[in-house]
Design a protein around this ligand. Structure first.
Ligand SMILES: Cc1cc2nc3c(=O)[nH]c(=O)nc-3n(C[C@H](O)[C@H](O)[C@H](O)COP(=O)(O)OP(=O)(O)OC[C@H]3O[C@@H](n4cnc5c(N)ncnc54)[C@H](O)[C@@H]3O)c2cc1C
Length: 598
């Protein structure tokens, strides 16, 4: 079985030393979110996650969820309900939610650190509360007064959970193909009919009620994605005061049997004239749903981070204990029959790759949270808008790169264990199976890449990218004057410049061939990910060299060594991505379809 310990030391380094989050919170008027309080929250969360959630990770995988066909119910694995009750009793669901609806109003960045712990402890369990947070955001920003006053407090205190119902059998990425219908009722509600598939936490036994946020089309809706509306459909109907009345006409038809996250219920949901309430404006549902999806996308990035950290911790422990072969130069443990495998360069390659991606990814995700907080709480409207654009730019990178890296990290970790990594007992293969979904749901990597290049960079003229780029150039300039960092700064500066040139090149090429954006998108996304991570590793190294960090000397030295490793061994991956982008659409599009199996 794999184990997990929360890396509080690194979380505190990122939050307080690198990001100076407490100082930034004070400047945003969130003075209560001081270092002492945040540290106490993180410690308490670590205790809950390590003792309650982590031990259930293997149980959830082994048992999975059970569908009870007679009653259309879903039973979660043993222990999940007790853990959820504790989670609610301890007030975790309301941590970052708005106080006017019963939330504790802590910054999103703190919630992000807590979510990382939950995901690393038990990703499948974490999927049940995950979408409640997104649903809360969508209702808070787009819901009616009744939805805010009556529904929100229940989602926020965790007595009800939320879902996100987009996918249908014929409609995955292309939401314009939605068939679910919403017909107005005389009382101002709507009758929702249709089938949604793959709905995470669509049915379960953890909470009293489930609030489905459902995309559907009104009878007179325009064709395609312009005609989609968002509806709130409760499992149990609710009266004006929020009391549960009777069962609504929405039922789970079955659950999926899948490669991983067995403890997470993935449901077929049948809506049969179910009573629903419009959220936001008619035909503007996608906009409202995007509020939810952006929050969920960062949440899935955190799933990648959590799994990668847990896998790496287990691989490291094994690599220190497992004795095989001798070190190349001289025995490291002459008293033993062989040396621990951590002496071998190839094992160190895998462990260091994971360390650099996990700790770098943590800086990337927490910084996205901080930009989100600045955008929510800043009194300066222009600064808030810029922060919002930066979050928009970083979200597809954080989601897609961190999840792609989670596949690399969990596979690296398995590889470190040799054949034992493939054996269920060690738990590494579960992490690799669980990681596989993260590049698929909440928009595949290919779709995140199109969102980044097609929408955020080309269509929206790269406002977020430019703001981040200005920050990057400043850091590069500062670090050029630091001998130990000058060569890293130079490499990062060159890459940032190249990324700009490539952006222009794609913008010109697409004028002649519409495929040029799609052909470049994946490599552009990954290139951007390595540049953003390069920025954070340079910032981490500079933070250490500037002094004043709270952790010990060994920790500081490890940061500098990992930054050196990152620039020597991972950052050069940008060159392969640049070459692929330069090759344009032709190598992908020249071959006629009939030649694929010629
Ligand atoms: C375990 C699990 C949980 C899920 N939870 C939810 C949930 O809670 N709510 C919900 O609504 N959905 C959920 N989903 C659905 C998930 O979000 C979709 O599976 C995903 O968005 C992809 O849609 P699809 O499977 O139909 O693939 P398709 O859209 O058919 O895509 C297939 C492939 O084609 C690629 N592709 C498609 N169009 C393009 C394009 N224009 N350019 C480039 N590539 C393209 C995709 O990237 C992908 O690789 C879940 C799925 C799973 C497996």
């Amino acid at each position: 079985m794999s184990t997990y310990r929360v890396n509080l030391k690194d979380m505190q380094f990122v939050l307080f030393d690198v990001l100076k989050a407490d100082t930034q919170f004070a400047a945003l008027g969130l003075a209560d979110a001081n270092r002492e309080l945040i540290s106490a929250v993180l410690e308490e969360s670590a205790r809950f996650c390590e003792t309650q959630l982590a031990p259930l990770n293997a149980v959830g995988d082994r048992e999975g969820c059970t569908f009870v066909a007679e009653t259309n119910d879903v039973r979660t694995p043993a222990g999940f309900k007790q853990a959820y009750d504790q989670y609610v009793d301890m007030g975790w669901p309301s941590l970052v939610s708005p106080p006017e609806y019963g939330g504790q109003g802590l910054p999103e960045t703190v919630g992000i650190a807590v979510k990382e712990m939950i995901n690393a402890s038990n990703l499948a369990w974490g999927n049940f509360p995950l979408l409640s947070h997104g649903a809360t955001n969508a209702i808070e920003h787009h819901g009616s007064d009744w939805q805010k006053q009556v529904v929100l407090p229940h989602l926020i205190n965790g007595s009800w959970t939320g879902t996100m119902c987009l996918t249908e059998p014929q409609c995955g990425t292309d939401l314009g193909l939605i068939k679910t219908r919403a017909v107005p009722n005389a009382d101002g509600t709507y009758a929702i009919t249709g089938t949604k598939i793959f709905i995470t936490a669509g049915e379960h036994d953890l909470a009293e009620n489930i609030i489905h946020l459902v995309l559907a089309k009104l009878p007179d809706a325009p064709e395609g994605s312009k005609g989609i509306s968002l509806f709130l459909v409760p499992k149990f109907n609710i009266d004006a005061e929020g009391q549960l009345v009777d069962r609504n006409h929405v039922k789970c038809g079955s659950i999926e049997h899948k490669m991983g996250i067995h403890g997470s219920a993935t449901c077929v949901m049948n809506f049969d004239d179910a009573k629903g309430y419009l959220v936001g404006q008619a035909n503007k549902g996608l906009m409202a749903m995007f509020t939810m999806m952006n929050s969920a996308r960062l949440g899935v990035g955190l799933q990648g981070l959590g799994l990668s950290d847990r896998a790496t911790q287990n691989a490291l422990r094994y690599a220190r204990e497992r004795l095989q072969m001798r070190a190349a130069n001289q025995p490291a443990r002459p008293d033993k029959p062989a040396d621990p495998i951590i002496v071998h360069p190839d094992v160190r390659r895998m462990l260091l790759t994971n360390k650099a991606l996990v700790e770098g990814g943590r800086m990337l995700l927490y910084s996205a949270g901080l930009h989100a907080d600045s955008s929510s709480y800043s009194k300066d409207a222009a600064a808030a808008a810029t922060d919002n654009a930066v979050v928009g730019y970083l979200t597809p990178i954080a989601k897609a790169c961190m999840t792609e890296w989670s596949i690399e990290c969990t596979y690296n970790a398995m590889q470190c264990l040799g054949g034992h990594g493939y054996i269920a007992e060690h738990g590494l293969e579960q992490l690799a199976r669980d990681a596989r979904i993260t590049t698929l749901y909440e928009g595949t990597t290919g779709i995140q890449a199109l969102d980044l290049l097609g929408r955020k960079v080309l269509q929206l003229k790269g406002e977020g990218m430019q703001a981040f780029g200005a920050q990057l150039l400043q850091l590069v300039t500062d670090c050029m004057a630091v001998p130990q960092l000058a060569s890293h700064a130079q490499e990062l500066g060159k890459a940032a410049q190249e990324l700009q040139e490539l952006t222009l090149r794609i913008a010109q090429a697409v004028q002649k061939d519409g495929n040029e954006v799609g052909a470049a998108a994946y490599d552009y996304l990954m290139y951007s990910g390595y540049v953003v991570l390069g920025y954070w590793w340079l910032r981490a190294a500079k933070t250490v060299l500037d002094g004043g960090i709270t952790a010990d000397a060994e920790f500081s030295a490890a940061k500098l060594e990992t930054a050196d490793f990152y620039f020597a061994r991972l950052f050069p991956r940008t060159r392969t991505h640049a070459a692929a982008i330069r090759s344009g659409a032709a190598p992908l599009m020249t071959m006629p379809e009939s030649h694929f199996d010629a």
